[in-house]
Design a protein around this ligand. Structure first.
Ligand SMILES: [Zn+2]
Length: 189
C-alpha cells in the first residue's frame, strides 16, 4: 500500500525502468524504516518519494538475531513515485542507504554489500514481473521512451536535463556490474 505523502496515483505509461538512488543517509540499522517514515509523514515529508527503501540492517547480525526491516515499501508499483523527473511515469525507484560520493571501498564494506543484496532482491522481483532486461541503459535508450532496463538517478538527470534537477546518485563508484550480476543470479534460482 502506498504510504508516501507525495506521489501520483496510478500511471500514465507502462513500467520500463528500474532506477537506483542513494538516500544520502547514514549507514546504520533502521535507515530504510526511518527514511520510509519520513517520506510518509504528511507534515515533514519532502516533495519526493520512491517505491522501496532498502538498507543493510542485517549486516553483522548473528544468525537468528533481530534487526529492523531492511526493505520497506513506500509507493505501490501501480502508483507513480516522485523520484527522478523524466523517469517517474515509467520507472520503479529504489532508495538505497548510502551516499552518492561513496568510494569503491565504501561500496564494498559489509553494510553496503547488504544494501546491494537487498536492492538486487527487489530489482529481480520487478525484472521478472515486468519483463525488464538486466542491463544498464545508455542515455539514448533512457531518452527513447521505450527501451527497458536499469538506470541510476544520474542517468535520468543526464538524459532529460530538466532545469533544476541535478542529482547524480547512486554515484560514480556504485558497482553496477556486481549489482547486475546479483540480479541475474537471483533471476536464475
Ligand atoms: Zn535520487
Amino acid at each position: 500500500m502506498t504510504t508516501a505523502a507525495h506521489f501520483t496515483s496510478g500511471r500514465v505509461k507502462p513500467i520500463r525502468l528500474i532506477c537506483l538512488h542513494t538516500m544520502e543517509s547514514q549507514e546504520k540499522p533502521g535507515t530504510a524504516v526511518s527514511v520510509a517514515a519520513w517520506f510518509s509523514d504528511k507534515k515533514r515529508a519532502p516533495e519526493a518519494s520512491a517505491h522501496m527503501c532498502v538498507d543493510g540492517s542485517q549486516a553483522g547480525v548473528k544468525p537468528g538475531g533481530k534487526y529492523p526491516a531492511p526493505i520497506v515499501r513506500v509507493v505501490d508499483d501501480g502508483d507513480t513515485a516522485w523520484a527522478a523527473p523524466g523517469a517517474n511515469a515509467d520507472g520503479l525507484h529504489i532508495e538505497m542507504a548510502g551516499i552518492a560520493s561513496q568510494s569503491v571501498k565504501n561500496w564494498a564494506d559489509a553494510y553496503s554489500l547488504a544494501v546491494i543484496e537487498n536492492a538486487a532482491t527487489v530489482a529481480a522481483i520487478w525484472a521478472r514481473k515486468y519483463e525488464i532486461p538486466v542491463k544498464h541503459l545508455s542515455l539514448d535508450e533512457v531518452r527513447d521512451g521505450k527501451s527497458k532496463g536499469f538506470i541510476g538517478h544520474v542517468d535520468a538527470t543526464n538524459a532529460f536535463k530538466i532545469p533544476g534537477f541535478d542529482h547524480t546518485d547512486p554515484g560514480a563508484n556504485f558497482p553496477w556490474e556486481y549489482f547486475l550480476q546479483l540480479v541475474t543470479k537471483k533471476l536464475t534460482v
